[in-house]
Design a protein around this ligand. Structure first.
Ligand SMILES: *[C@@H]1O[C@H](CO)[C@@H](O)[C@H](O)[C@H]1NC(C)=O
Ligand SMILES: *[C@@H]1O[C@H](CO)[C@@H](O)[C@H](O)[C@H]1NC(C)=O
Ligand SMILES: *[C@@H]1O[C@H](CO)[C@@H](O)[C@H](O)[C@H]1NC(C)=O
Ligand SMILES: *[C@@H]1O[C@H](CO)[C@@H](O)[C@H](O)[C@H]1NC(C)=O
Ligand SMILES: *[C@@H]1O[C@H](CO)[C@@H](O)[C@H](O)[C@H]1NC(C)=O
Ligand SMILES: *[C@@H]1O[C@H](CO)[C@@H](O)[C@H](O)[C@H]1NC(C)=O
Ligand SMILES: *[C@@H]1O[C@H](CO)[C@@H](O)[C@H](O)[C@H]1NC(C)=O
Length: 254
């Protein structure tokens, strides 16, 4: 187990700030605004609507919500042009990974041929561990069926991330390691049209899992310019025209 980092939660005059360090801090906007105003409300405080990079930051926001006794707030995720991204932020070689002809999110499964699939299908997946060079230890095939988004969370918590494939050698190593999967398994390549305020470098998607009667995944239609908020620990879209606080963040990830 990793050691739980010490979270700094500072409150003054009714406003709380949370951050792992003084380099990057999260606050809530002073007042509730609608989704349009959420885009600019943080500027008043020389900050931006929050970009979430990982589960740790996500948990800091939840802590902030708890301390402020709110259940939802606007964040800095918006709709944009579709693009290809590796889960760990590696650059994508377009000549090898040509994007699919879809406007909705697609994720790559392989075994060993590559196919583009709907990301919330449940499949086995492959994680990797950064800094480990022995391919038998670097790659791990997980034979538990999960959506691409849940697989990403699993790999990030238990390894480094979903695997990315940068060259023929790695492709071969992943192929060998994946032989025990009888079905196609997820790798870290995602094609979608969402972007955080950091210009798309964050591939964090704790995705729309609107619980209706059971586990039903809601996904907005392509081009539907829906605002996104964080509600009860999941990213989701608001049911109506709501006025909410906005999560603002100051400072860069070191
Ligand atoms: C949000 O509020 C502003 C100012 O009150 C208003 O001009 C704008 O139309 C509102 N946007 C939405 C989506 O309701
Ligand atoms: C800016 O954020 C701080 C909390 O870090 C808060 O005390 C202050 O009121 C905010 N100012 C504005 C103009 O929003
Ligand atoms: C992309 O892949 C092609 C073909 O494998 C290779 O020749 C090229 O060097 C790669 N480019 C980058 C930036 O990795
Ligand atoms: C993508 O699909 C659309 C509609 O099915 C079609 O008109 C278009 O030619 C396709 N584009 C490519 C590059 O295959
Ligand atoms: C993978 O692709 C090759 C070449 O297109 C094909 O011959 C082979 O049957 C495919 N394998 C699977 C498992 O689909
Ligand atoms: C990490 O692995 C453990 C044990 O396999 C599992 O219970 C846990 O859910 C995993 N973490 C995530 C975020 O899925
Ligand atoms: C495949 O599974 C067998 C039996 O569980 C195991 O001995 C072997 O190491 C696995 N192969 C790989 C590449 O993980």
């Amino acid at each position: 187990m990793d050691m739980t980092p010490l979270l700094l939660l500072l409150c003054a005059g009714g406003f709380c700030t949370v951050g792992l360090s003084r380099l990057r801090q999260f606050t809530l906007s002073e007042r509730k605004v609608n989704s349009t105003e959420a885009l600019t409300t943080c500027q008043k405080n020389y900050s931006d609507p929050v970009t979430v990079n990982n589960q740790e930051e996500y948990e800091q926001l939840i802590q902030l919500m708890t301390s402020e006794k709110i259940t939802s707030a606007w964040i800095g995720l918006h709709r944009t042009q579709p693009s290809l991204v590796w889960s760990n932020g590696d650059p994508v070689n377009y000549t090898v990974w040509s994007p699919p002809n879809y406007t909705n999110p697609n994720c790559v499964a392989t075994n060993p041929n590559v196919t583009w699939e709907i990301c919330y299908q449940e499949k086995n997946f492959m994680c990797y561990k950064k800094g480990v060079h022995d391919p038998t230890l670097r790659y791990t095939l997980v034979t538990e069926k999960k959506t691409w988004y849940d697989a990403q969370s699993y790999c990030r918590e238990n390894y480094t991330d979903l695997v990315s494939i940068m060259n023929e050698g790695e492709k071969e190593e992943v192929k060998n390691k994946g032989m025990n999967s009888t079905t196609p398994y997820w790798i870290g390549l995602l094609y979608d049209d969402w972007e955080w305020g950091d210009g798309g470098r964050s591939v964090y998607r704790n995705w729309f899992k609107l619980k209706l009667n059971s586990d039903i995944y809601y996904y907005p239609q392509a081009g539907e310019a829906v605002p996104v908020l964080m509600q009860n620990g999941m990213l989701t879209v608001p049911p109506g025209n709501e006025n909410l606080y906005t999560f603002c963040s100051k400072g860069k990830l070191s």
